[in-house]
Design a protein around this ligand. Sequence first.
Ligand SMILES: [Ca+2]
Ligand SMILES: [Ca+2]
Length: 195
Amino acid sequence: MQNPAATPVAKLDPGQGRVALSITLTDAAGTPVSDARVGFVADGKTSAFLANAVATVGDYVVGLGAGAAGAVTAEKAYNPAGAQKIQVTDALNALRLSLGLDPTYGAADAFDFLQADVDQNGKVQVTDALAILRISLGLDEAPGWTFIDANADLSGVTRNAVPVFNGLDLDPLNTDTDVELVGILLGNIDNYTLA
Ligand SMILES: [Ca+2]
Ligand SMILES: [Ca+2]
């Protein structure tokens, strides 16, 4: 996953007001996610305005001109020294999911499929299990974290229909706005369930 080219400051037109877009990142356990690269890509543009991390861990803020519309993006690399680790057991659970079986810890749910689709082709397949195995052995780089709308409807997710998120689209922003995203470490298959 490539980081978008970054431009740090949104230029205002004369007389244009400013709005603050606040983005809160947590993982599925509700733990704030620090050290992410968060931005806002305005409609019709390819480069992102980068958000600044603020004092509250997991919170990021980007200043925009009023009326801006576009998408929030967030990225974070895998840190093998972090709390969430990609291990052989994750590959085994991905293999089970790819075969239509439940993971070892209980019934498969949408979040399991999101975690297991490590190549983000929209399906959990044996190739995902093999990719996770290679990552767990240090043979390949992990793709890192993906982020989804905390309010996303995941009711239709199956192993053959896994949504791939490319940012959260926002309508034109005319007031200060808060959005919440939930981070998923691709390839780490833990027993999380989104509320
Ligand atoms: Ca793990
Ligand atoms: Ca896949």
